[in-house]
Design a protein around this ligand. Structure first.
Ligand code: NAD
Length: 339
């Protein structure tokens, strides 16, 4: 029997998670919700059973078929993935609890909403059977994916990362800035403390927002406890799930070219689930390791949500086995692409 998943909030993250769940053989989407009766609700209804929020007549008037109310949809599920905007998930928690549902929240919610922040590679085992799990944000996921394996292998005595953040997702026509670089004036930015909700690491982060929509870029600096050569780090990251190595010398000099490469993989929504580390940037000076990495903010958390469902429902005990299963269904890569 497949685990029944409801996705509440079918926006940037929700639509991708619903698609990823529908590609697994141990879970299925029993419903999704859409707040507005617009073209995106029509898209949702064409793929999954759609449940309405508020007055259901608005969907009828727009000619969109709904199967019932949100609460009726939730009652069909074993677990809900809450992909509503930041802060809204916390308001839904009481309803999920009342209906006896397990719930996966997103990184826009505070750690306390679930009491457990998740990254599949780091703490899958501790997530087994948990009622509430929070999949950390796209940036925190990106930092966890590369720093955690390096910390395990070489130890990290101190860490600093600068996050160059995209201003908006591609569909968000109302957000800016369109012609400014906006620093987050509080240092550390919230990302370092957020990473520490997943594992213990002495990290400071600083963040700036720039006028781009396609990716975040991180500059990572780690003081290693044990000596490593750049080639050791390349080898380690080549074997790390959901991390790919890219090279400027190979024509991938910017986030634009990386996303063009991702579109060529012909995945749903043109997504890049992996964190792309520039191999050319990996360098070691006086015990400090440095590298650049790029994060497709709309996509990297998607496989993590699938693993979080598997852990909460105890469908698979072993984290690496879950990662392999998810990645095989979604075609997620590691190492060097196109080799
Ligand atoms: P989004 O705005 O694209 O999608 C949210 C969806 O929820 C929309 O369809 C909206 O209509 C719907 N919604 C709004 N209020 C609702 C309500 N009361 N009940 C049900 N649905 C409602 O947002 P998103 O970017 O997908 O973000 C969702 C969560 O994922 C947030 O916590 C965010 O921080 C996190 N996240 C976002 C990104 C990203 O880059 N977009 C990356 C990682 C994590």
């Amino acid at each position: 029997m497949k685990v029944k998943v409801f996705v509440n909030g079918y926006g940037t993250i929700g639509k991708r998670v619903a698609r990823a769940v529908s590609l697994q053989d141990d879970m299925e989407v029993v419903g999704v919700s859409k707040l507005k009766a617009d073209c995106f609700a029509r898209e949702a209804a064409s793929r999954f059973p759609l449940y309405g929020i508020g007055d259901l007549e608005k969907y009828d008037e727009a000619g969109i078929r709904v199967h019932g109310t949100l609460e009726e949809g939730l009652q069909k599920a074993d677990i809900v993935v809450d992909a509503t905007p930041a802060g809204i998930g916390a308001k839904y928690k009481e309803l999920y609890d009342k209906l006896g549902l397990r719930a996966i929240f997103q990184g826009g919610e505070k750690h306390e909403v679930a009491g457990f922040s998740f990254n599949a590679l780091v703490n899958y085992g501790k997530a087994l059977g948990r009622r509430f799990i929070r999949v950390v944000s796209c940036n925190t996921t990106g930092l966890a994916r590369t720093i955690y394996p390096i910390m395990r292998e070489y130890g990290v005595a101190e860490a600093f990362a600068v996050l160059v953040r995209r201003a908006a997702d591609p569909r968000e026509s109302r957000k800016g800035p369109i012609n400014a670089i906006v620093p987050s004036l509080h240092i550390p930015s919230h990302h370092g403390p957020d990473l520490r909700t997943v594992f213990d690491i002495p990290i400071t982060t600083a963040a700036v927002v720039v006028p781009t929509t396609i990716m975040h870029l991180h500059v990572v600096r780690l003081r290693l406890s044990r000596e490593a050569r750049p080639s050791d780090v390349v080898e380690l990251l080549s074997e790390t799930p959901r991390v790919i190595l890219v090279s400027g010398g190979d024509g991938l000099r910017s986030t634009a070219e990386i996303m063009e490469m991702a579109r060529g993989l012909c995945r749903g929504y043109g997504d890049l689930y992996e964190i792309a580390v520039w191999e050319d940037s990996i360098s070691v000076h006086d015990g400090w390791l440095h590298y650049f990495q790029a994060v497709h903010q709309e996509a990297d958390v998607v496989p993590e949500n699938v693993d979080a469902i598997r852990a909460a429902m105890e469908l698979e005990e072993d984290g690496l086995a879950s990662i392999r299963k998810t990645d095989s269904a979604l075609g997620v890569l590691h190492g060097k692409v196109f080799e």
